[in-house]
Design a protein around this ligand. Sequence first.
Ligand SMILES: Nc1ncnc2c1ncn2[C@@H]1O[C@H](COP(=O)(O)OP(=O)(O)OP(=O)(O)O)[C@@H](O)[C@H]1O
Length: 338
Amino acid sequence: MIELKHLNKEYKTKKGTIYGVRDVNLSIRKGEIFGIVGYSGAGKSSLLRCINLLEKPTSGEVIVDGVNLTTLSKPQLRNARQKIGMIFQHFHLISSKTVFDNVAFALKAAEKSAEEIKKRVPELLQLVGLADKADQYPAQLSGGQKQRVAIARALANDPQVLLCDEPTSALDPMTTKSILALLRDINQSLGITIVLITHEMEVVKDLCDNVAIMQGGVVIEQGAVYDIFANPVQPLTREFIQHALDFKLPDPLWDKLDSGSKVVKILFRGHAAEQAIINQMLKVTNVQGNILHGKIEYIKDKPLGTFIMEVKGEQSEIDKALQFLVDQSCGVEVVNRD
Ligand SMILES: Nc1ncnc2c1ncn2[C@@H]1O[C@H](COP(=O)(O)OP(=O)(O)OP(=O)(O)O)[C@@H](O)[C@H]1O
């Protein structure tokens, strides 16, 4: 659906050239939810805004549904953009217009008739759960409701793609969940391809099919969300995942551990998460194990288990135990106190 080929975006400033996006190649499939993750300044917004040419790439190709947007004339680009909706962190609603008129604005821009607008706006407001708010003004709405209006407006012209620029960063956790659920519904019921940028891996875990991690304008790692969580390669990716899975041992627990023991983080991928592998390990080796932390996450309905264990025994037996886990395809990492 979306192909980015050797995409570069440079900003010329008084202080020199700033590289927003550097040689990015991405392929986003029709109907998927694709996440782009990175810290502030990583180039996420620059990349997203290149997809609808809000930012003109310095070089490279942006192909949406088979059309290379970088080659289009202005009127052609205007037409192509109607098939790409966009929502933002701070909603970008027009404060002097009612909810109805904010949504109608997108239809007017696409030169829809008054009759069509009268029919379409209530349908859109129904879709986002705001059928009773048509006559209210943005100031009378909560953050979540404002984002719903923005989503209705973005969907007005039946886009094939919805670009989401940190859509939940200004919202509380409960509202975040409801907006993510709405985006998932829209993706499933309307088949719209969603590209979403965020700095929270939690959002990616709950919503996305595939993800790209950005640093310094470069995509440093990409893949299916489950694979990225189960086998992160880059240190930055590991850092993001650590935040999302939250498995840092608290200090009082470290204080209680035997000085001769090892603390091991074990990752169970796929069906291994549902089997009694730790039990088997304790049976076939002469070590004692004490589980300090454990949880099983379901990502895209596939289990991913993370356990932190204190392992005690002769070094040779500990080595044997860890090798047993590796042989069962578990990820094994000795954890040291920070
Ligand atoms: N219009 C601009 N002029 C000059 N530099 C820019 C411009 N827009 C972005 N940049 C620079 O490009 C780099 C990438 O910025 P970008 O906003 O794309 O990152 P980001 O990952 O979206 O960050 P954030 O999460 O803070 O929005 C940064 O160094 C930023 O300062």
